[in-house]
Ligand binder design. Structure first.
Ligand code: ADP
Ligand code: X2W
Length: 288
């Protein structure tokens, strides 16, 4: 292990460096979006991201996990011979696609994550945005045309999430929602995480993906403001799946989140390094 190469004083320093961050964030809600691009298919091996999140909870933070699963949905659609189609990072969702989305997000991926948390000593409970009226959705209108059953969050009822947190459960949330008529919607997981972070008054929103942050000319941008984000979208630097991600960041900031980050979930212990050390990693998105 890497710690074997550290002297006892260096090991103690690592622990002491974390102390002010533990004190600052204890009791605070941190929404973590775990993207389908970073979640490995079920391999049986312990996912290091799961251990990082358990660590956060163990030292008194209140993590809330929102997961994606876009790659797994596309794999299922491929097996069904049903082509996947995206517009601005959003999956066009016909009836067959909605069924696949519900199976993968509400079933496979959610249960894979919950089982992994529980197996590693962390009480986790899986739910979708349909449960307890968590994510009240409506059909998302898009300038490019009809996206089918793609939803956008209209309102968030946080009662169930608070009930879980109060009972020491880690909420693991799949981004599905429904409207008052019972129609069900596929919601982009970043957008769901942004809306939840805003509604929960989260201290932090962290979006874990498969790239080191927002990239420009091959370099990761350490920090961007909301107005720079608009320019980066307009000039095509930010495209595809990164578009809903930055939208989620801006929504969380508008909702009062103090710190919003995009990190590479595949980078070893990215979460712990970002939260508990002075080392800045990924992209920090600022409100101004
Ligand atoms: N400027 C950018 N910087 C980084 N990634 C970008 C950028 N523009 C587009 N992307 C794309 O966004 C992807 C991340 O979004 P997505 O595939 O939806 O991930 P996730 O499944 O983690 O939500 C990256 O893998 C990359 O292909
Ligand atoms: C409307 C829409 O695009 N929904 C997404 C929901 C899953 C998701 O966002 O997963 P990632 O975070 O892994 O991309 C989809 O169907 O792929």
């Amino acid at each position: 292990m890497m710690t074997e190469t550290l002297s006892p004083a260096e090991k103690a320093h690592v622990l002491l460096e974390a102390l002010p961050y533990i004190q600052r964030f204890a009791g605070k809600i941190v929404v973590i979006k775990y993207g389908g691009s970073a979640i490995e298919p079920d391999s049986g091996a312990i996912d290091p991201v799961i251990l990082d999140i358990i660590w956060l909870k163990q030292v008194g933070l209140l993590p809330v996990v929102v997961h994606g699963g876009g790659k797994a949905i596309t794999r299922l659609l491929d097996r069904l011979g049903h082509p996947a189609q995206f517009v601005d990072g959003l999956r066009v969702t016909d009836q067959t696609t909605l069924e696949a989305v519900e199976m993968v997000l509400g079933g496979q991926v959610n249960q894979q994550l919950v089982a992994a948390f529980n197996a590693n000593g962390c009480k986790a409970a899986g739910l979708t945005g349909v449960d307890g009226g968590l994510l009240a959705a409506r059909k998302k209108e898009h300038p490019s045309g009809d996206l089918g059953q793609v939803g956008e969050v209209q309102a968030v009822n946080t009662d169930l999430v608070h009930a879980l947190l109060q009972n020491d459960f880690l909420p693991v949330i799949a981004p599905l929602g429904c409207d008052e008529s019972g129609a069900r919607y596929n919601i982009n997981a970043d957008s769901a995480a942004g809306a939840l972070a805003a509604a929960l008054g989260a201290e932090k929103l962290i979006l874990l993906t498969d790239v080191p942050g927002i990239m420009k000319d091959g370099q990761v941008l350490n920090e961007v403001t909301s107005s720079e984000v608009q320019e980066l979208i307009a000039d095509g630097t930010i495209a595809g799946g990164m578009v809903p991600k930055v939208g989620a960041c801006l929504e969380a900031l508008r909702g009062g989140a103090q710190l919003v980050h995009i990190l590479n979930g595949k980078e070893q212990n990215a979460l712990l390094l970002e939260i508990f050390t002075q080392r800045g990693i990924g992209t920090l998105v600022r409100g101004v």
